[in-house]
Write a new protein. Structure first.
Length: 139
């Protein structure tokens, strides 16, 4: 892994889970992790309920745009975290892969998205603890 670890979040539409995860990792790591997100079949826009749920946390993702998953994005990332994209994610030897089983927020209201958001936040906090051990960022 490079000095600044890089993480790619992938879900089908890149409109909910992966956008929330990317925003949390960016925010909570203070920019010490390079963050990407993409989807195997990107939606037209980020899920409005995900935008609202993240605003409650003080994180604005309304300007984010769903992006298509590319082989380059996978190659350029140290850790690839999938969220329900199945076999559409390219696999490269030597990469760390995780599959986070999270409910899809598509079509759900903000009340249903909050528990998904909260689960993502706790997983991101654990990921940051692994990627940026205390004191390791000051080298």
């Amino acid at each position: 892994m490079s000095e600044r670890p890089s993480v790619l979040f992938v879900c089908v539409h890149n409109a909910g889970r992966s956008q929330m995860a990317a925003a949390y990792l960016n925010h909570l790591s203070g920019g010490r992790v390079e963050v990407r997100s993409a989807g195997s079949e990107p939606a037209e826009a980020v899920n409005p309920a995900a935008v609202e749920a993240m605003l409650e946390e003080g994180i604005d993702i309304h300007a984010e745009k769903p992006k298509v998953l590319t082989t380059e994005a996978v190659k350029d990332s140290d850790v690839v975290i999938t969220m329900g994209c199945g076999d559409t994610c390219p696999v490269f030897p030597g990469k760390r892969y995780e599959d986070w089983q999270l409910e899809d927020p598509a079509g759900k209201g903000v009340d249903s998205v909050r528990p998904i958001r909260d689960e993502i936040k706790s997983r991101i906090e654990a990921l940051i603890a692994e990627l940026l051990p205390a004191g390791g960022a000051d080298r």
